[in-house]
Design a protein around this ligand. Structure first.
Ligand SMILES: O=C(O)[C@@H](CO)OP(=O)(O)O
Length: 246
């Protein structure tokens, strides 16, 4: 029996539509995002996926996408693990700004932040109203919470959870659904496909198109593909095939 993990970026959010840096801000889905989530569920149903367990972040755009998908599959009953460690990269002081506002405040520094694996945007103040230290969701988190993150920082937060929890679960289950965010998925793909620090910044995961990864019993990838072909998914797949080392 093949082991499969399906990675799914949430449907379009209100701030995706407005081209705003979102990160840990808890923005909702648009009507289009809801339709995208339902369509993702329908394409998984069409392929007869029967997930045993699902994972998502603490952010409602991912959580609601997961609920729409499970509803279409009539598998609302499966266990779901939500973890803040799977949240999107934290965009620090960029959070809430659209791209034009970001350029008018920070100029071309924004390009450096966007294209670098190592650079993090300017941090939030601890007492900024956007700080996770003031957000009830993280009240019981007894750990360092970010006020900004580079993609490397996000990678170091996400990958231990991916390896120790999600990949480990493949020892017990054959089909897992993981509904996350653009950069949390890029971090996972960097890890599983051994993509370089420079190349990983070329990726832009499309919203709500299921990406299937099939593993052998040793956790080695034997196949990976999008469930539907769109301009965005074809472009993404071409880039990933040119930069992956596994
Ligand atoms: O936070 C954001 O601005 C976007 C892109 O990084 O992520 P998401 O996948 O959550 O829309």
């Amino acid at each position: 029996m093949k082991k499969r993990i399906v990675l799914l970026r949430h449907g379009e959010s209100l701030w995706n539509k407005e081209n705003r840096f979102t990160g840990w801000y808890d923005v909702d889905l648009t009507e289009r995002g809801i339709k995208e989530a339902i369509n993702a569920g329908l394409s998984l149903k069409n392929e007869k996926f029967e997930f045993n367990k699902a994972y998502t972040s603490f952010l409602k755009r991912a959580i609601k996408t997961l609920y729409y998908v499970l509803d279409v599959l009539d598998r609302n009953w499966i266990p779901i693990e939500k973890c803040w460690k799977l949240n999107e990269k934290h965009y620090g002081a960029l959070q809430g700004l659209n791209i034009n506002e970001a350029y008018s405040i920070y100029g071309h520094q924004v390009d450096a932040w966007k294209s670098s694996y190592h650079l993090a945007p300017a941090p939030l103040d601890t007492y900024d109203s956007r700080s996770p230290y003031l957000d009830v969701k993280y009240k019981n988190v007894n750990d360092h919470l970010p006020l900004t993150e580079s993609l490397l920082d996000a990678y170091e937060r996400i990958i231990p959870y991916w390896n120790n929890v999600i990949m480990n679960e493949l020892n017990y289950y054959n089909q897992l659904l993981v509904v996350l965010h653009a950069n949390s998925i890029h971090a996972i793909l960097k890890n599983t496909m051994n993509i370089s620090n420079e190349d990983i910044t070329l990726l832009d995961m499309p919203t709500a198109i299921p990406y299937i990864i099939e593993f052998d019993n040793y956790g080695k990838i034997i196949n990976d593909y999008f469930l539907s072909d769109t301009d965005e998914s074809i472009k993404f797949k071409n880039i990933i095939n040119s930069i992956r080392k596994l």
